[in-house]
Design a protein around this ligand. Structure first.
Ligand code: BG6
Length: 477
């Protein structure tokens, strides 16, 4: 095995509404996630974003823990409604000051900030004003927000990602965006939102190129490689269809500035295609990406699907009981997703597949030849705090170890990977399962019902990752 490059970035990731807390204080107003999560609390007992991991008040302690682990990078997002509480108009100076302080603290600790401009948390004011991402007006407002943030931090931040996981937003749109009940059956709007995000992404790329000296920018995409259920040609074809609609439909936009033809034709024929206005594709083509950030947790499996089936999007496991996933994405005549019988899963039914990491990295690099970075990867699990204050998360260590080894294999075959930033630096509020589903290297002592003091406790994985980083990836065991 060759060594990791000397300047390889080791770190981890979070997103604003999932860690910060202070959701309605210090000048910040609600984002759509504050509203969605309040509803989740009432319906399912999952914590709200109001306190989350209280990172707003613990950021110094959190950065000190990252430094102790040896991080050289930290990926986090900026909450739009902390900077512009109403989505547009007055800037909240206290909000900008928080991010300046955080970035300065990181830089003093030798940690490179990787900023995500948008991670699901649109200001609620813009939802009230015109429906949020459903309306094209949001693109102008995003441009204004991105211009403020990029101008503010351009001298401190080199790496930028635009929009988190457009592919996942399409699949789980009513968790990631506030969608009024009466629109929930209008599936074309999923792709319309995505089109607006493509415009915003291109604008974000252009702004970084214009404003940030030496700045690099790309999208952060939720990416799952897709295997055919069997070697029957119709299943192999279905897996290709699924790859076209679930993956290439995004990456072709980022790197070629065009929608993948097969997927676009399928959407057109099924009344799902977005409305594209004159000039849109030119704008999209102009916003070139320097790299792609990948969020990889699980691979997926597809099989042939007869025309007569009913259209549906991805299922969710709300309970954390294996096998409770409430359905699979189905595109009649194109593909149907299904469980891969060859892979074990997490308690939330996400297939555990380290080989998928090498497969996707090699595939993407062969297609586009652009540098890649891992901005999410990790195991959502129930952790137990022992009587003597320890968390023995050997299952997480095993998961990450195998995924790093697989990423390294891809690198040994020539793939350029810039960073490994798994999910998550510290425990945080899951997007779909409250705080009981944990990902962090640092345990945050709270429950869904009781935020307690959010004390930080180092897990076994903390010490393991510290060794990995110290040895620049040589010591995985
Ligand atoms: C990614 C998101 O989809 O997966 C994160 O970018 C999210 O925000 C992570 O937390 C894990 O998903 P979940 O639903 O387990 O929180």
């Amino acid at each position: 095995m060759k060594a990791f490059p000397k300047d390889f970035l080791w770190g981890a990731s979070t997103s604003a509404y999932q860690v910060e807390g202070a959701a309605l204080t210090h000048g910040k107003k609600a984002s759509q996630q504050d509203i969605i999560n309040k509803d989740n609390y009432q319906k399912r007992g999952f914590a709200t974003a109001e306190i989350a991991s209280d990172h707003y008040h613990h950021y110094k302690e959190d950065v000190a823990l990252m430094k102790e682990m040896g991080f050289t990078a930290y990926r986090f997002s900026i909450a739009w409604s902390r900077v512009l509480p109403d989505g547009d108009g007055e800037v909240n100076k206290e909000g900008l000051a928080f991010y300046h302080n955080l970035i300065d603290e990181l830089k003093q600790a030798g940690i490179e900030p990787i900023i995500t401009l948008y991670h699901y948390d649109l200001p609620w004011a813009l939802v009230e004003k015109y429906g949020g991402w459903l309306d094209r007006k949001v693109v102008k407002d995003f441009e204004n927000f991105a211009t403020i943030v990029i101008t503010e931090f351009k001298d401190k931040v080199k790496y930028w990602t635009t929009i988190n996981e457009q592919s996942i937003i399409v699949q789980f749109w009513s968790q990631k965006c506030y969608i009024p009940e009466e629109l929930k059956s209008k599936d074309q709007l999923r792709f319309q939102i995505n089109h607006h995000m493509n415009l915003a992404h291109a604008i974000g790329c252009n702004l970084v190129h214009k404003l940030v000296p030496g700045g690099l920018v790309g999208s952060a995409l939720g990416y799952a490689p897709i295997y055919p259920l069997t070697s029957k040609p119709e299943d192999v074809m279905a897996a290709q269809n699924a790859n076209d609609l679930r993956n290439l439909y995004y990456t072709d936009i980022y790197f070629k500035g065009e929608y993948t033809k097969s997927a676009a034709i399928y959407l057109e024929e099924h009344g799902l295609a977005p409305v594209i206005e004159p000039g849109d594709m030119e704008l999209i083509k102009s916003g070139t990406s320097d790299f792609l950030a990948i969020n990889y947790y699980a691979s997926e499996c597809a099989k042939a699907c007869p025309e007569g089936e009913t259209l549906r999007f991805a299922g969710v496991n709300w309970t954390g009981v294996k096998g409770a996933m409430d359905g699979h994405e189905t595109h009649p005549g194109f593909y149907k997703m299904c469980k891969n019988p060859n892979l074990d899963t997490t308690d939330w039914d996400w297939a555990i597949d380290p080989t998928g990491m090498e497969y996707l990295l090699r595939d993407l690099y062969a297609r586009y030849g652009k540098p890649l970075m891992i901005t999410e990867n990790g195991l959502g699990a129930y952790d137990t705090l022992t009587q003597d204050g320890k968390i023995h998360d050997d299952y997480r260590i095993d998961y990450l170890k195998k995924h790093i080894a697989s990423m390294k294999k891809a690198m040994d075959y020539g793939v350029e990977v810039l960073a490994f930033c798994p999910w998550s630096a510290i425990d945080l509020l899951s997007t779909s399962n409250g705080v009981k589903k944990r990902y962090g290297f640092v345990y945050v002592d709270r429950t869904d019902d009781d935020p307690k003091n959010c004390d930080r406790i180092k897990k076994d994985s903390f010490y393991w990752y510290q060794k990995v980083i110290k040895s620049n990836g040589e010591e995985l065991d």
